[in-house]
Design a protein around this ligand. Structure first.
Ligand code: B12
Ligand code: SF4
Length: 643
């Protein structure tokens, strides 16, 4: 690691100390001379002029993890680069010409334009798009963003290619902010790293280079001088007013994103040709869950845009771009319940027709009857409740906002609005989490009886309290970014498990029932527990679903699962058959055929079907014996959460 020289140019810390970024104050090495900084900037920009900037979003993952067929099924995510359109709008405010090159989109688009895997080369696809973008704008500065630690390798390759054009390179984003020293060590071509929310810092930086402001105004940036790093401690954290500036949607082309990939978790509830976009109304979160980096990235508290600014943006998306569904990017959309209700009511008052979802999850304590009714009334079709655990001790330990009673109450409110497909976010594998505690999670989720549970294994990531405490306890290694892989999502190990492509233990039933209630399961056992939870909470409950609106939603969910997300998943096919029989009185023969083939060719699915008492004959004979089978509960378990 290089020596770090702090520039202590913090006016008077921040406008509000309480809300400043936690990591900005930490460096106490010696101070660098501001005149020296002028020299550094002149070496980086000999003309002292930044008139044109190219902003780049790297592909979500790298070539080795990319599957052509998965992309062709439309399974990978394809989000508009919302952070970049905010940066663009702020740069335009000072007359800078900006372009955006969304390489994730370019790769997916080009993949869809080919007919065979042999005619598609992942690296060539993004490299060509990047070269073309540089040639088109001939930038004075290239900025590359990176949100996910798991994107690191792709990000690094993009930075190296971009810098080969001989233009100064700046990086930023959540991943960069979370692990900046290591990121700079690994990506030596990046000369400037911006930290935290960067729109004002970047705008200010351009003004300094262009001689319109003094170097003492530089903020939230580390300049890598080769032999040492200059870290500017000043903060330019966007205020609520700053957040009202509408982003440059004209540079993102939201007309195209959903054609080549997914946005949010509820996309399949909309017709295939729907135009999707994302929108951010609040920054930050009131909570401080130990596994989450939102507070270290956004600082404490929640900054809220004016309702009118948010609805103006929605109106533009609907009228100018034909968008008919949006996903909120917010971490805490319902913070300040009366403001949330005012926002949803204003959408209705202005006659917006678009629908929306809260894929990121909302905080259960804010899901009151009034709030949920306003959500439903303004076009909400999908909502995730962030719960993570049903065990009071774990909830306390991970500082999750809300108690079991809050989750049950939120579920009650959501159940009254059938148009909202409501799901619960759960996690397993917290340090010290015993089998009995996991059972509490399963039982609370069962009691809530919402439409789906999204279960993921804990993945401790840098700059979160849980990561630091697990490293300190020797439970995990403090690995470099390039070692971190997706655990969930389309690139993750879980995608393989979902499809039955990865086997944890051969004898599933036995493996599950031998885990003692006081035992902390190991990694393989967590995989089996995940599988059990997934079956019981998501699939088995479908035997008892008879509300027509819900049956339609679940059939759409299962079609998406079996066609797009996990075509190998035999449960999805089985229950698609079951619900088809309930709703239409018949099962499409292709569903039975696919299921039979899956079971004949997969030992994995044979053993899982045997453990849960299912068979393809159930569909053939319309005889669903398993419907009444008892649950596979570990011996001696009784609820602790209800006490
Ligand atoms: C929306 C969201 C998603 C969306 C996708 C978003 C997308 N691709 O655009 C979905 C739902 C798919 C998602 C999924 C996941 N997510 Co997520 N997600 C978020 C969330 C809530 C908001 C991100 C956002 O859009 N922010 C708003 C925009 C405006 O901010 P921004 O892009 O960061 O840009 C600003 C700054 O970063 C900066 N900036 C950015 N780039 C640059 C470049 C330069 C040069 C400069 C100057 C400035 C700058 O300025 C911008 C304006 O202020 C964040 C939380 C958060 N607050 O960041 C988590 C977050 C990013 N997600 C996280 C995680 C862990 C995940 C998952 C891995 C979860 C899982 N287990 O599956 C998956 C992985 C997805 C995948 N690729 O497979 C973590 C990432 C931690 C990490 N180090 O990797 C976060 C931080 C939440 C957390 N729990 O800590 N996520
Ligand atoms: S409620 Fe969600 S966004 Fe807020 S700290 Fe917890 S996990 Fe992060």
């Amino acid at each position: 690691m290089l020596p770090v020289y702090s520039i202590m140019n913090r006016e008077s810390k921040d406008r509000n100390t309480e809300t400043s970024y936690p990591s900005m104050g930490g460096v106490t090495d010696q101070c660098a001379d501001l005149e020296e900084v002028e020299g550094v900037l002149t070496r980086l920009f000999p003309e002292r002029q930044i008139a044109k900037v190219l902003l780049i979003n790297p592909p979500d993952s790298h070539a080795e993890l990319f599957h052509y067929d998965t992309a062709r099924r439309g399974r990978y995510t394809n989000y508009p680069p919302y952070g970049l359109i905010i940066l663009a709008r702020n740069l335009r405010e000072i007359g800078v010409e900006v372009n955006i090159c969304n390489l994730n989109h370019e790769v997916l688009k080009q993949c869809h334009a080919t007919d065979t895997v042999d005619s598609f080369d992942y690296d060539v696809a993004w490299e060509k798009a990047l070269d073309a973008a540089v040639a088109e704008i001939t930038p004075d500065l290239i900025c590359v963003t990176c949100m996910f630690t798991m994107t690191h390798l792709s990000f690094k390759r993009v930075c190296e290619k971009a810098s080969s054009h001989g233009v100064s390179l700046a990086i930023g984003g959540v991943h960069v902010s979370n692990d900046v020293e290591r990121v700079l060590d690994d990506i030596s071509c990046a000369r400037m790293a911006f930290l935290h929310e960067g729109e004002l810092a970047l705008k200010g930086f351009v003004q300094v280079v262009n001689g319109e402001a003094g170097v003492d105004t530089l903020a939230q940036i580390i300049i890598d001088e080769g032999g040492k790093r200059l870290r500017f401690q000043k903060e330019k954290r966007p205020t609520e007013d700053d957040c009202n500036l509408l982003p440059s949607w004209d540079l993102a082309g939201p007309e195209e994103n959903a054609r080549y990939g997914t946005i949010g978790s509820f996309y399949y509830l909309k017709p295939g040709d729907t135009r999707f976009a994302t929108i951010l109304s609040n920054r930050g979160c009131r909570a401080q869950c130990t596994f989450c980096s939102v507070r270290s990235f956004n600082g404490a508290g929640v900054r809220m845009r004016d309702v009118s600014s948010v609805v103006d943006e929605l109106e533009r998306l609907e009228n100018d771009y034909g968008v008919s569904h949006v996903m909120w990017l917010d971490d805490d959309l319902l913070k300040n319940e009366s403001r949330a209700v005012a926002l949803f009511n204003e959408m209705v008052r202005r006659g917006l027709k678009l629908t929306w979802d809260a894929t990121n999850g909302v905080i259960a304590i804010s899901c009151t009857e009034e709030v949920v009714a306003a959500c439903a009334g303004s076009g909400c079709i999908g909502m995730n409740i962030g719960m993570e655990s049903g065990n009071p001790e774990i909830l306390k330990q991970v500082r999750k906002p809300g108690k079991v009673a809050n989750f049950l109450k939120a579920a009650e409110a959501l159940c009254k609005h059938e148009q909202i497909y409501a799901s619960i976010q759960l996690m397993v594998g917290f340090p010290g989490e015993t089998m009995g505690m996991v059972m509490d999670t399963i039982e609370v989720a069962r009691e809530m009886d919402l439409d789906w549970c999204r279960i993921s294994p804990l993945q401790p990531l840098a700059n979160t309290p849980i990561y630091e405490s697990m490293v300190a306890q020797g439970l995990i290694d403090d690995v470099g970014s390039s070692e971190v892989r997706f655990a969930a999502g389309a690139f993750g190990k879980q995608a393989e498990i979902e499809q039955g492509l990865r086997l944890a233990t051969a004898d599933f039933e036995e493996a599950f029932s031998v885990i003692g209630l006081d035992q902390v399961p190991d990694a393989d056992q967590i995989t089996d527990i995940w599988f059990y939870m997934n079956y019981h909470l998501n699939f088995h409950r479908l035997f008892h679903e008879d509300r027509p609106a819900k049956v339609d939603q679940q059939i759409a969910t299962l079609i998406n699962l079996s066609d797009v997300v996990a075509p190998e998943n035999a449960f999805a096919l089985y229950f698609l058959g079951f619900l088809g029989q309930q709703r239409d009185g018949t099962i499409p023969p292709s569903v039975i055929e696919r299921l039979s083939t899956r079971l004949e060719t997969s030992e994995y699915w044979q053993s899982r079907f045997a453990a849960f008492g299912l068979s393809a004959d159930d569909l053939r004979h319309n005889d669903f014996k398993n419907k009444h089978l008892p649950r596979l509960l570990p011996k001696g378990y009784s609820n602790t959460w209800a006490a």
